[in-house]
Design a binder for this molecule. Structure first.
Ligand SMILES: [Zn+2]
Length: 316
């Protein structure tokens, strides 16, 4: 097996590299407590063998999986949900009420993804989405408390990145499984005792005010750690809050500056890459700024698309 797929984070938590697109791009987590386990984020169908191999290593049976918990229904987070649920007989799926129906009947997700990527790429990236029986789904209202055999996992609704997004608070480790609401921070970019971080303004729900409110909500718990989906553990989160807040503002300013151009997307993407290119210079050792910009090109593309949709919604 490839190396570095698993990172043990103590407190019963293991970070799993889902293998989506490239190494260390997207994570999911296995949380083990008193003989029960939860899977937070799932990656795609191609991640499932990585999850089951880890469970085998840890002596966790499929029957011991109590919860499968995607933070939202974007497919790098929830693409493997149905496939996992099909082989974990006692698991309940915990999902935001606005995302539940898409996992019970994934036809719309499939259709939308094929519309963007085409059928071949949809299968190559995600496999085939499997529906989840409705009776196995917990539609998680805000402040729902889950009991993982004595360990509390608290759901808080956190819109901003997506309307169907929540974060999961683990009181035991004082950590948030934050999905995409505490930005993207790849491990390749480490500067002066700090990691590079930037917001995920992905289509189609990005809302800066809600994202800032959600950030404040998360920080009100005085977290020690963030379990990012992109990517892995982030400690001393308070260091990153001013950066994220500033960057969200700058991203919106960039969008507004391009609003009247023929295709705002083009100018926005270039400006995002230029901005991050300048910032990244302080976070790269062996990489050129050009390579660093190429590394985040897909994120810049999604972020620019999301900002364009935000402009359209604002104007309407
Ligand atoms: Zn997302």
């Amino acid at each position: 097996m490839e190396q570095n797929i698993y990172t043990d984070l103590s407190e019963g938590i293991t970070c799993i590299d889902t293998g989506y697109l490239r190494p260390q791009m997207a994570a999911c987590y296995l949380v083990v407590h008193n003989g029960e386990a939860a899977i937070i984020e799932t990656g795609t169908n191609y991640t499932i063998p990585r999850i089951t191999a880890l469970m085998e290593q840890k002596g966790i049976s499929k029957e011991q999986i109590r919860y499968v918990i995607p933070t939202h229904v974007h497919l790098d987070h929830a693409g493997g949900v149905g496939g996992l649920m099909a082989i974990m007989p006692n698991a309940q799926l915990v999902v935001h009420p606005r995302g539940a129906r898409h996992l019970i009947d994934p036809a719309k997700l499939i259709q939308g993804t094929i519309a963007v990527y085409g059928e071949e790429k949809y299968h190559r990236l995600y496999g085939d989405l499997v529906p989840v029986p409705a009776e196995r789904v917990i539609e998680a209202e805000d402040e729902l408390k889950l009991d993982l055999n004595g360990r509390e996992l608290l759901i808080r609704h956190t819109p901003g990145h997506a309307e169907h997004h929540f974060c999961v608070w683990d009181q035991q480790s004082k950590g948030w499984f934050s999905g995409d609401n505490f930005g993207l921070s790849y491990r390749e970019f480490i500067g002066n005792e700090k990691r590079h971080i930037f917001p995920a303004t992905t289509p189609v729900h990005f809302n800066p005010d809600k994202m800032l409110d959600s950030l404040n909500l998360l920080m009100s718990y005085q977290p020690k750690r963030f379990y990012l989906t992109h990517f892995c553990l982030l400690e001393e989160p308070q260091k990153y809050v001013p950066i994220l807040k500033q960057r969200i503002q700058e991203y919106c300013d960039i969008a507004l500056a391009n609003e009247k151009t023929e295709d705002p997307y083009v100018g926005i993407k270039q400006a995002l890459l230029d901005l991050e290119g300048n910032v990244l210079a302080d976070y790269i050792a062996d990489m050129s700024v050009q390579s660093a910009k190429e590394f985040i090109d897909m994120d810049a593309e999604l972020n620019a698309q999301g900002l364009k949709v935000w402009l359209q919604r604002r104007a309407a």
